[in-house]
Design a protein around this ligand. Structure first.
Ligand code: ATP
Ligand code: MG
Length: 422
């Protein structure tokens, strides 16, 4: 077996035992998004590399070192596996002119790809649910997105997540802040790590986002963007907070929350848990009023966020919440040619009535088939042999709890099964 091919490191199989949790999560998320009027959009997994460079920013972790980029060997195009969804979503909206006469509330879900060092909660193929409200300028949509997250945590039974918020202000205040930051870090050049040195002039704001413990003190004492904010941005931020308070959503203002992507302005937020170790951010987002124009559209404000599905599911599993097991109602056991024909007919008819049926395939003795039925999740077995064919009936055997095996006529089978599985 030593030369059996393995999956790419950091790209996980989701096996059937675990997939049930995923399906339940996806159903819950879909209902939740619909309840806020968000509509689904689906974009390709591969986009022109230029899209991400332009949208995310050249001097970001993602574009500098995390993208799976390659040349299309047939025509030389530069392509990238999407590392996130916002850029593609905005590209699609502009390409198809969806903002023509109405704002859009959109969501998408699926795999994202980043070349990172795999560890718990950090993979190279991971999944996000992304939510974008395009064409909305007011603080109401910012607050609504945060309130809706809180509702989802409740639906999923997730506790122990904390909300951090911040405002990044607008372009002019960021420019002033940037100049002050450069001056400050220049004074402490010796204390900067290699990443920070490199970013000092290209993107000093990102130095604040460092994960290097040795730099925390320096970063804590850095000039604060808060002190540079314009009136409008402050009022916007206060309005978001007021709505959160009305809904009893607790939050902490974290002035060092700058987010890893260049395109954010004004409101940014993260939901963080301490239960998952270092990979504690389960959901992150913010306003990106400049992005649509940056990608080539007519300027329009926007606000969005993305959740890390693997991290959310890990949290759900930690908290011991189990989704209902998938429903398998009937296991059909049969022997003999005519019995097989009847078994097929019975199985199809039960399915017509909304019953889920596993029809035994592959032959074998009654005894070995019954063992498989017992080992399955089915609530009951339907057993068909020559005697049943002759009587145009089946044996119905409950597999869980009380109840005796009984012979049941074909016309009453659906009814009897329903009684057993309710
Ligand atoms: P981090 O600081 O953990 O690298 P990020 O700022 O790069 O996160 P975003 O781009 O904001 O993350 O993505 C939104 C969410 O997607 C994150 O909060 C996280 O839950 C999840 N996520 C990001 N990268 C990964 C990854 N490599 N593996 C699993 N989940 C991820
Ligand atoms: Mg990252």
């Amino acid at each position: 077996m030593s030369d059996t091919l393995q999956a790419v490191k950091g790209m996980n199989d989701i096996l059937p035992d675990e997939a049930g949790l995923w399906l339940w999560f996806e159903d819950t998320v879909r209902d939740w998004l619909e309840s806020y009027g968000y509509r689904n959009i689906r974009m390709p997994l591969v986009e022109p590399t230029a899209l991400f460079k332009r949208a995310i920013g050249e001097v970001t972790d993602i574009v500098e070192k995390e993208m799976y980029s390659f040349e299309d060997s047939l025509n030389g195009d530069q392509l990238t596996l999407r590392p996130e969804g916002t850029a593609s979503c905005v590209r699609a909206v502009l390409q198809h002119n969806l903002l023509y006469n109405a704002p859009q509330r959109l969501w998408y879900a699926g795999p994202m790809f980043r070349h990172e060092r795999p560890q718990k909660g950090r993979y190279r193929q991971f999944h996000q649910v992304g939510v974008e409200a395009l064409g909305f300028a007011g603080p109401d949509i910012d607050a609504e997105q945060i309130v809706m997250c809180a509702r989802l945590w409740k639906k999923l039974g997730i506790r122990d997540v904390e909300l951090q918020i911040n405002t990044l202000g607008d372009a002019a205040s960021r420019q002033r802040h940037r100049e002050k930051l450069i001056a400050y870090f220049e004074q402490h050049k010796d204390a900067l790590d290699a990443d920070a040195q490199r970013r000092l002039y290209s993107n000093p704001l990102r130095i604040l986002d460092t994960k290097n413990p040795a730099m925390q003190e320096l970063v804590s004492a850095a000039p604060r963007l808060m002190d540079e904010l314009e009136e409008d941005a402050i009022r916007h931020f206060e309005a978001v907070q007021a709505i959160l308070k009305q809904h009893d959503i607790a939050f902490e203002i974290n002035p060092r929350l700058v987010r890893g992507l260049d395109y954010y302005n004004r409101t940014v937020f993260e939901w963080v848990t301490t239960r998952l170790g270092a990979q504690g951010t389960i959901c992150a987002g913010g306003r990106f009023d400049g992005l649509i124009e940056q990608i080539g559209g007519r300027p329009a404000p926007a606000m969005g966020f993305a959740m890390g599905v693997e991290r959310l599911l890990a949290l759900i599993q930690e908290d011991g919440m189990a989704p209902p097991p998938p429903a398998l109602h009937v296991y059909v056991v049969h022997q003999g040619e005519q019995a097989q024909q009847l078994a097929w007919r019975v199985a199809e008819e039960l399915r017509d009535g909304g019953v889920s049926v596993l029809l035994h395939c592959g032959g074998g003795s009654f005894k070995s088939q019954m063992k498989k039925a017992d080992g399955s999740a089915a609530a009951c077995a339907v057993i068909i042999g020559d005697d049943e064919v002759a009587a145009q009936a089946v044996m119905l055997k409950p597999l869980r709890g009380e109840g005796e095996q009984q012979r049941v006529g074909l016309d009453e089978l659906k009814h009897k099964v329903r009684e057993l599985i309710k």
